[in-house]
Write a protein that binds this ligand. Structure first.
Ligand SMILES: NC(=O)c1ccc[n+]([C@@H]2O[C@H](COP(=O)([O-])OP(=O)(O)OC[C@H]3O[C@@H](n4cnc5c(N)ncnc54)[C@H](OP(=O)(O)O)[C@@H]3O)[C@@H](O)[C@H]2O)c1
Length: 299
């Protein structure tokens, strides 16, 4: 089984990776930017910096060269960042969080789509922050151009990040729609791990903050989350285990469900946000993303 993965060097992805390296028949390729983090033995790490479309293209070429005629069974698009401000730019000049979380993964999925195996799986990690019905700062509209080149009135911080997670969900839906016309029967899932503590996404925590989180904040939020479920702080081990279970087909989404969401540690299959279900918004993002990465709209 060939598994290609981004975001495997830390947090939820690193926990999922532990499950893959145990498999006797798995060949795992991790795309990573060389931040010095260590991956388990037996994993092939190939250079990939998602803040550069050029790097994404060379990673895809590298994978194709190595695989020859072998196909990809599983593609996991899990990496993400939350840039500190909207002025940070990718190599090609797009807002950094949009470029890393969405554009790079969009391009990678499109470049590797032709070599996906029959019955393969693509899992894209999204977030319940994409849904304003669950998280108050979730996006209520989507303008890909504004995300790519934000102005001073554009969403910032978590609101901006949440919009890129909506892009992940919409891309998963687009791929799922393409898959339904493709004889290879590729299953596409968007996965929400839910608020997860102990990862690098929110930045470095001091030893004091870590202690405070364990002793006070996590137990407090656990009680509060009975009423406001998205405030439950899960563990990366649980999120990684669930991601691995979805990827390996140990858990299969019900027919017609493509959004898998961990809610208070329990895997559920709700509908995504109303905006995420909007086909016009989905098609607009696909079309504008294609233009941004210089690909035709269709294969
Ligand atoms: N943690 C949460 O509360 C939460 C909630 C909902 C959804 N999620 C989603 O879960 C996924 C994993 O997040 P996490 O919390 O596990 O975060 P994390 O610990 O920060 O891991 C992020 C991963 O992305 C990689 N990455 C970032 N920028 C990259 C780049 N330019 N090129 C290549 N790789 C890059 C990181 O690599 P390095 O080792 O080089 O840094 C790392 O492996 C993300 O999609 C996130 O949006 C997380």
């Amino acid at each position: 089984m060939v598994i290609i993965m981004t975001g495997a060097t830390s947090g939820i992805g690193a926990e999922a990776l532990k499950h893959f390296v145990k498999l006797p028949d798995a060949k795992v390729y991790v795309g990573a930017r060389g931040s010095g983090r260590i991956v388990p033995e037996g994993t092939d790490v190939l250079p990939l910096d998602l803040s550069s479309l050029k790097s994404v293209r060379s990673f895809a070429d590298n994978i194709k060269r190595r695989l020859g005629s072998t196909k990809i069974d599983v593609l996991i698009l899990n990496a993400a960042i939350r840039a500190t401000d909207n002025t940070q730019r990718s190599e090609e000049g797009f807002q950094l969080t949009f470029a890393t979380n969405h554009l790079a993964h969009y391009l990678l999925a499109r470049l590797l789509w032709p070599i996906m195996a029959k019955g393969g799986r693509i899992v894209i990690t999204t977030s319940d922050t994409h849904d304003p019905a669950i998280v108050p700062f979730g996006p209520k509209s989507l303008d890909p151009q504004e995300l790519a080149y934000p102005n001073e009135n554009s969403p910032k911080g978590m609101r901006y990040y949440a919009a890129t997670k909506l892009c992940n969900l919409l891309t998963a839906r687009s791929l799922s729609a393409i898959s339904s016309k493709d004889k290879r029967d590729i299953l596409v899932i968007a996965f929400n791990p839910g608020l997860t503590g102990g990862t690098s996404l929110m930045g470095k925590q001091s030893a004091f903050m870590k202690g405070l989180t364990t002793v006070f904040i996590r137990p407090l939020l656990s009680v509060v989350s009975i009423f406001i479920p998205f405030l439950f702080v899960g563990r990366p081990e649980r999120a990684g285990e669930t991601l691995a279970a979805l990827v390996l087909g140990k858990v299969v989404p019900p027919t017609d469900k493509m959004y898998a969401s961990l809610v208070r540690g329990k895997l559920t299959f709700p509908d995504p946000s109303q905006l995420a279900q909007n086909n016009d918004v989905m098609d607009l993002l696909w079309k504008e993303s294609a233009a941004m990465v210089n690909l035709p709209e269709q294969e």
